[in-house]
Design a protein around this ligand. Structure first.
Ligand code: DA2
Length: 264
């Protein structure tokens, strides 16, 4: 199994993360003060995503990434490989994402003077507390909603990227840097536009039992959120997700493509 895609995915995920840092700081306040936790989590998750995607495409088409420009894989194969990468990365992402959402949702009381100390003191304390209070499986709360969010979304992400690259590149040639940047950025925006409704639901399910009510499942969470807040609830965070998605994914794809070309 070629491993360079995993390494390129890790490095490109870390570079995208540095660019996304100001947006994540706005979104998450204290969570991303340091870089070590996000690098240990998001870059690793990106490595799994790109590594599984490339190796699935290799298994489906029997061609390696060096041959993809001369013998481009079909969009169906790209979609299946993207969905597979999305599905596998969910089970690495789920605990990190849960910790992120729990920490993000406890930032409000801290802003008020005289308010009680935060429930979780940081990412490690949060992980240990969840394990103690909810059992180790508690770390996977909301993983089903995350699976529904990321499996098709990652298929769409890679198909959008490939389609945009092929539209602006002559056959047999590698896309230019400008094309890779634009295609990566738009793939990020399209994927977040599709993912945002389920992202809202996923976050509510991860908070279930703490701040929000406990839901009977994804459909119950959707129905009760729409009943209480209207359809607009599905588009919460869409603007900031899209503004963050362009630079992060432009740089992620540019560094991924160039690392793989450089390694031959
Ligand atoms: C849930 N969605 C929409 C995605 N994961 N989309 C793919 C982009 C992944 C990238 N690491 C990012 O954070 O934008």
């Amino acid at each position: 199994m070629p491993v360079e895609e995993f390494v390129a995915g890790w490095i490109s995920g870390a570079l995208g993360l540095v660019l996304g840092h100001p947006f994540d700081t706005v979104k998450l306040l204290g969570f991303f003060k340091g870089m070590s936790f996000p690098i240990a989590s998001i870059a690793v998750v990106n490595s799994v995503l790109f590594g599984v995607y490339s190796n699935t495409l290799l298994a489906l088409t029997a061609t390696s990434h060096q041959e993809w420009r001369a013998q481009p894989p079909s969009y169906t194969h790209v979609f299946i490989a993207g969905c597979t990468g999305g599905f596998v990365q969910v089970y690495c992402l789920a605990p990190f994402d849960l910790i992120k959402v729990r920490l993000q949702n406890q930032t409000e009381p801290r802003a008020r003077p005289g308010s009680p100390p935060p429930r979780y003191r940081g990412p490690v304390h949060c992980a240990v507390s969840i394990c103690q209070e909810e059992g180790p499986w508690g770390l996977f709360r909301g993983a089903w909603a995350l699976t529904l969010r990321d499996t098709p979304t990652m298929g769409i992400y890679f198909v959008t990227y490939e389609w945009l690259c092929r539209q602006s590149t002559p056959d047999d040639q590698n896309p230019s840097s400008a094309t890779v940047l634009a295609a990566g950025g738009f793939a990020g925006i399209v994927s977040w536009a599709v993912a945002t409704p389920l992202d809202v639901i996923k976050s509510r399910m991860q908070m279930a039992g703490l701040k929000h009510r406990v839901y009977r499942g994804v459909l119950d969470c959707m129905a009760s959120s729409v009943r209480q807040e209207g359809l607009g609830v599905f588009f919460r965070g869409l603007t900031i997700n899209s503004a963050r998605a362009f630079p992060v994914n432009a740089v992620t794809f540019l560094s991924y493509e160039y690392l793989l070309r450089w390694w031959g």
